[in-house]
Design a protein around this ligand. Structure first.
Ligand SMILES: [Zn+2]
Length: 467
């Protein structure tokens, strides 16, 4: 029997038909941006591209990228000159914005996304595609145990699940294991949605803290987000066992589009991307940023364009994720290319389920004390982005700093990091001149160092062997 789909017309569309549809929608988007946003018109003119001349998706590769720094600058400018915070790149009246989400702000000041009513409706459709693939029907009880915040997977996720008609239990992640356990026992959710680390925390501590065995809650689905894990056997297998055989699924979003845009299946074979009709993606070579042909096994940085975004379309948004795409049909029978997360372009780390960017740690340290030189490196002992707290940070300090001052400095830096980035840190202070900078192939200084717990820092040869 063929798995059920919410929007079979879009989800089952052939590759060539999809490319044709994408081109039509892209032309419309680019023309709208060019006509309605002086910001985009100027940007396109400077790049020497004009939407009137776009006749194929290949031409789209000539269009300039968009990224976080540009979005932040555009939004700072709109606050100063246009009295709204959605950026000069929006293509709608700011008064038609119906809901606002924001980034976590761990990379600096937060950025904002506005959603019009139509934007919300498309988001609702994408959410429904995920829920149907999960086998969740309107009326089924779903526990949202992710954060209840302005983050795109917080309140916006709640909003679109309610639009589908689930019986939503918005317990949130901050309620603590006791309350989550009690409410899950009382409401009997079919599915729980949370970060990987919170699912692991529940699996480990629920029974000892509450006397409630998570395996007895009757959960059928554990949907994890925000962190890789649902496709990694060492992570999902123990989780499935702890939750009494509930299936773990990864859900993914696409920045600047209408998230969620993909969900993994029971094959744990990568995430089926199901929203190409509104969330167009390209895979680009991480070094040259040339768009690569979408074929089986292609790997590179994923770049998104929200084809139907009314507020703040992000045209060729660099999401900074390295993704491998599989186009071979999946054994589950569901359509859609599958995506496997391979890493963050920017070495993003995950500490206690929160995205932490190493450069944000460096910024906090530099702003907190003039006794440091600006060189830091985060030390982690296992591969992958998850780092347990307290996080060890090597910090270069001005020469001749007495021990007592180092002690005070450690306290100040820990407090600042805890206050601004929400995790605890410990420090290894290295005197000025003795801090060895590690550089990558592109000349970028590595802000993260992986050590082997038993054998100390990896040598250059080890690194080359990718141990
Ligand atoms: Zn599948």
């Amino acid at each position: 029997m063929r798995p059920r789909l919410w929007n079979p017309e879009m989800e089952l569309m052939s590759h060539s038909e999809m490319r044709t549809l994408q081109l039509v929608k892209l032309k419309s988007l680019l023309n709208r941006a060019y006509e309605q946003s002086p910001y985009y018109r100027d940007k396109f003119d400077r790049a020497g591209v004009n939407p009137r001349n776009l006749t194929s998706l290949e031409h789209y590769q000539d269009y300039p990228f968009f990224d976080k720094d540009e979005e932040r600058a555009s939004q700072e400018a709109s606050r100063e000159t246009a009295r709204h915070t959605f950026g000069l790149h929006i293509t709608c009246n700011p008064r038609s914005v119906n809901r606002v989400s924001s980034s976590s702000g761990t990379t600096g000041s937060p950025t904002y996304s506005g959603f019009t009513l139509k934007d919300r409706e498309i988001t609702n459709d994408n959410q429904a595609r995920a829920l149907v693939r999960l086998g969740i029907e309107p009326g089924d009880v779903v526990m949202h145990a992710s954060v209840l915040s302005m983050w795109i997977a917080g309140i916006p996720g709640v909003d679109s699940m309610m639009a589908y008609g689930v019986c939503l239990v918005p317990v949130g992640a901050l309620s603590g294991v006791e309350r989550v356990a009690q409410i899950a026992r009382d409401t009997r959710p079919k599915s729980i949605k949370c970060t990987v680390s919170f699912a692991q925390y529940l699996a480990k501590h629920m029974e000892e803290r509450t006397g409630i065995d998570p395996a007895t809650l009757g959960l059928e689905k554990v949907v994890v987000l925000g962190e890789p894990g649902g496709s990694i056997p060492q992570i999902y297998e123990p989780l499935e066992k702890s939750f009494g055989g509930a299936m773990v699924h990864d859900i993914m979003g696409a920045t600047g589009c209408h998230s969620p845009t993909g969900i993994s299946c029971e094959e744990h074979n990568g995430i089926h991307f199901y929203a190409e009709d509104n969330a167009m993606f390209e895979i680009c070579d991480p070094e040259s940023l040339q768009s690569l042909p979408i074929e089986d096994g292609v790997e590179g940085e994923i770049v998104f364009t929200g084809l139907e975004r009314e507020c703040g379309p992000l045209i060729r948004w660099r999401d900074k994720d390295i993704i491998q795409v599989t186009t071979e049909p999946c054994r589950c029978g569901r359509p859609g290319p599958r995506m496997l997360f391979k890493g963050r372009v920017d070495d993003m780390l995950l500490v206690k389920g929160v995205n932490v960017f190493p450069n944000a740690v460096r910024d906090v340290i530099n702003k907190t004390s003039t006794l440091t030189t600006g060189n830091i490196r985060i030390v982690k002992s296992s591969p992958g982005p998850v780092v347990p707290a307290p996080v060890l940070v090597k910090v270069e300090v001005k020469a001749g700093l007495p021990d007592q001052k180092k002690q005070t400095l450690a306290g100040d830096l820990d407090n600042a990091i805890h206050h601004q980035l929400r995790f605890r840190a410990t420090f290894d202070f290295i005197d000025e001149g003795e801090f060895e900078l590690l550089k990558g192939a592109t000349g970028k200084t590595h802000l993260v160092e992986q050590i082997n717990e038993q054998h100390g820092p990896l040598g250059r040869n080890d690194e080359q062997r990718n141990i």
